[in-house]
Design a protein around this ligand. Structure first.
Ligand code: HEM
Length: 156
């Protein structure tokens, strides 16, 4: 990813090709995508399941979700992350262009929400026990993407 893309929109893929080349830089001789290198679909399912287990009991995050059922939100996040890292493009087939900042605009995402999101995500990432370089790659992306999603600096 170029520096410019990082500043303008760290959360979203521009092309699948770009993701593949990013992966080649970060995963050394491992063939294919980051998605494959970390274990494919089952790994992303574990990540998102664990994240949403935390969200369900999180006093800052839970009120942002209108639905009693967090399942659809979890499916969207999982499909998005799979696509971002070079897996199936189901997210875009079902949801269209990610436009994540726009999709988050209806929700208050201030520093407290960002920190709560990252706290739950950190726990979920650690639960995967990835090798340290994969974990670092994934975490750096998630941190950057969460910063990018902030849409207010006011306290609640
Ligand atoms: C920074 C704190 C964040 C908060 C508080 C937050 C909160 C939310 C909420 C409330 C929804 C709507 C869920 C629903 O009811 O359907 C949502 C959707 C979503 N979020 Fe976040 N989010 C955050 C960061 C992120 C980040 C960093 C990513 C990506 C790396 C992400 C990816 C998504 C996706 C893919 C959806 C579904 C979009 C769709 O409708 O297709 N979120 N988020």
């Amino acid at each position: 990813m170029t520096r410019d893309e990082t500043v303008t929109n760290p959360a979203e893929p521009s092309t699948t090709t770009e993701q593949t080349s990013t992966t080649e830089q970060t995963s050394g001789e491992a063939p294919g995508t980051f998605y494959e290198a970390v274990g494919g679909g089952p790994t992303f399912r574990r990540l998102v399941d664990e994240f949403y287990r935390g969200v369900a009991d999180d006093p800052v995050l839970r009120p942002l979700y209108a639905d009693a059922d967090l399942g659809p939100a979890a499916d969207h996040l999982r499909m998005f992350l799979e696509q971002y890292w070079g897996g199936p493009t189901t997210y875009s087939q079902l949801r269209g262009h990610p436009r994540l900042r726009q999709r988050h605009a209806p929700f208050r995402v201030g520093p407290a929400e960002r920190d709560a999101w990252l706290r739950q995500m950190r726990r979920a990432v650690e639960s995967l026990s990835l090798d340290p370089s994969h974990e670092a790659t994934l975490w750096e992306y998630l941190e950057r993407a969460a910063m990018f999603m902030v849409n207010t600096l006011e306290d609640a």
